[in-house]
Design a protein around this ligand. Structure first.
Ligand code: GLN
Length: 464
């Protein structure tokens, strides 16, 4: 088949499921997609080289800049914003022949865990349309889960790639902080933000990571550390062969399989762990007593950083503009109208935590907790190659279930936020189903040492 034929059928599928799912905030017009596919076909016909991602349909979270499409970050304040440039990750994907097919729905500025916080639309979970896809990268997760695109980019500040991957039964990868350039990623909390990958297999996530990793002059926090070839690391598991994972040291985080975690989630993760043991892993239980401190520390730090980052939406430089009598009302009215209530609450929490008089009690203490967490993970990862936990304490929520209870919503991020505080890579992949009435996918999280994505990616541990 030709790239054009492939693109036609993929576009058909994307559009067929979009009315039920609303995964996309913007879909590229057919003629533009087909023209790109045609160019690939012509190159192939002329024996010219095409990139390793030639013709691959990629969905891009709407907080990642694309020069030919809107980039709203799920917010009204960026409603008509079209960036004049591509994010580095997007540029790299395009150079490798990938076709960016559209922009996916998300919680406004990445603040949320269900995608209900989008200023535009609610995305449905393809496994059960009455449930959320997770968030904040819920559009990307739903799109890959329904095969509306083959792979997708998301961003992960406190779990926004991993939790929706878990809720939608796909693979989600959060790379090490600095592995992927943040240039062109709309900033939420800069010390935690990272662009991540969605795929329907570990291999796909690895190929995508290959494409987007590496140092970038436009992001001073991107790492110069060499990029291994993640795609060549795969050890295809031969289930007949005995102990293919022999020697891999796996530590199960004790604190993540206790109270407050659904019993179906615990049993799915435990049975995946015993499967790992059968495959030759050395499994032990590790204790991270500081684990539960991550949640309050994360919400203080993320809100603080966001209150500073979001001050740029002043109605002057870009986005929503409400003209008033004076400059002050231009700022105030543009923000009052353009920003949603969750975003405003985070800005208030963040400015409070940073204000003189409260700084020591909140921001500084949260930073100290962050150091404790970082060190405890380092110790545990000196003794283990990967650490294991559920990706979330439950399966996907019903639409509306958590929407008006922000604390319950925040509590659902307990499994993922520590990994961002420590800057580590983590992979989430489906490991079972809630056997109860819900029948929803459960995800397992595998946390690796900094810049050791290979241990997560090299072995596809899904059941055959
Ligand atoms: N749910 C978390 C938050 O609202 C994580 C979001 C994210 O990773 N972008 O902050």
């Amino acid at each position: 088949t030709s790239a054009v034929d492939l693109a036609k059928s993929l576009l058909h599928r994307l559009r067929r499921y979009e009315p039920q799912l609303s995964s996309f905030l913007y879909v590229s017009p057919d003629d533009i997609v087909l023209k790109q596919a045609e160019e690939l076909d012509n190159r192939i016909k002329n024996n010219e080289e095409v990139g390793p991602l030639a013709g691959v349909f990629v969905g891009v979270k709407d907080n990642i800049c694309t020069r030919d499409m809107p980039s709203t970050a799920g917010s009204r304040i960026l409603e008509n914003y079209r960036p004049p440039f591509d994010a580095t990750a997007v540029r790299k994907l395009r150079e490798m022949g990938a076709i960016v097919v559209g922009k996916t729905n998300m919680d406004e500025f990445g603040m949320g865990s269900t995608t209900e916080g989008s200023a535009y639309q609610v995305t449905a979970n393809p496994w059960d349309l009455s449930r959320v896809p997770g968030g904040s990268s819920g559009g990307s997760a739903a799109a890959v889960s329904a095969r509306q695109c083959m792979v997708a980019l998301g961003s992960d500040t406190g779990g926004s790639v991993r939790q929706p991957a878990s809720f939608c039964g796909v693979v989600g990868l959060k790379p090490t902080y600095g592995r992927v350039s943040r240039y062109g990623l709309v900033a939420y909390a800069s010390s935690l933000d990272v662009i991540g990958c969605f795929g329907s297999s570990v291999a796909d996530a690895g190929i995508l990571l290959n494409a987007i990793s590496g140092f970038d002059n436009f992001d001073a926090t991107s790492s110069k550390q060499e990029v291994p070839d993640y795609a060549s690391q795969f050890v295809p598991l031969d289930y007949m062969e005995s102990k293919p994972l022999k020697g891999l040291r796996v530590g199960v985080i004790h604190e993540t399989l206790g109270n407050g975690v659904d019993s179906e989630v615990v049993s799915s993760v435990r049975s995946a762990v015993s499967h790992l043991e059968e495959l030759g892993c050395t499994v032990s239980e590790v204790s991270l007593p500081s684990f539960s401190l991550g949640l309050p520390a994360y919400y203080i730090l993320a809100s603080s950083e966001s209150s500073s980052n979001l001050s740029r939406y002043d109605g002057v430089r870009y986005g929503n503009q409400v003209f008033g009598e004076e400059l002050k009302s231009l700022y105030g009215d543009s923000r009052a109208e353009g920003l949603g209530s969750e975003v405003k609450m985070r800005i208030l929490m963040g400015t409070y935590a940073l204000s003189a008089g409260y700084y020591d009690a909140y921001y500084k203490r949260a930073q100290q907790v962050r150091t404790i967490i970082r060190n405890s993970f380092k110790d545990a990862l000196d003794k283990n190659d990967i650490l294991i936990s559920p990706a979330a304490p439950s399966v996907a929520y019903k639409i509306g279930e958590k929407k008006n209870d922000p604390l319950a919503m925040y509590a659902g991020d307990i499994m993922t936020v520590n990994v961002n505080l420590a800057g580590l890579p983590a992979l989430v992949l489906p490991c079972g189903f809630d056997g109860g009435s819900a029948g929803m996918p459960v995800g397992i999280q595998m946390i690796g040492a900094a810049f050791d994505e290979q241990h997560n990616l090299s072995r596809d541990v899904r059941s055959p």
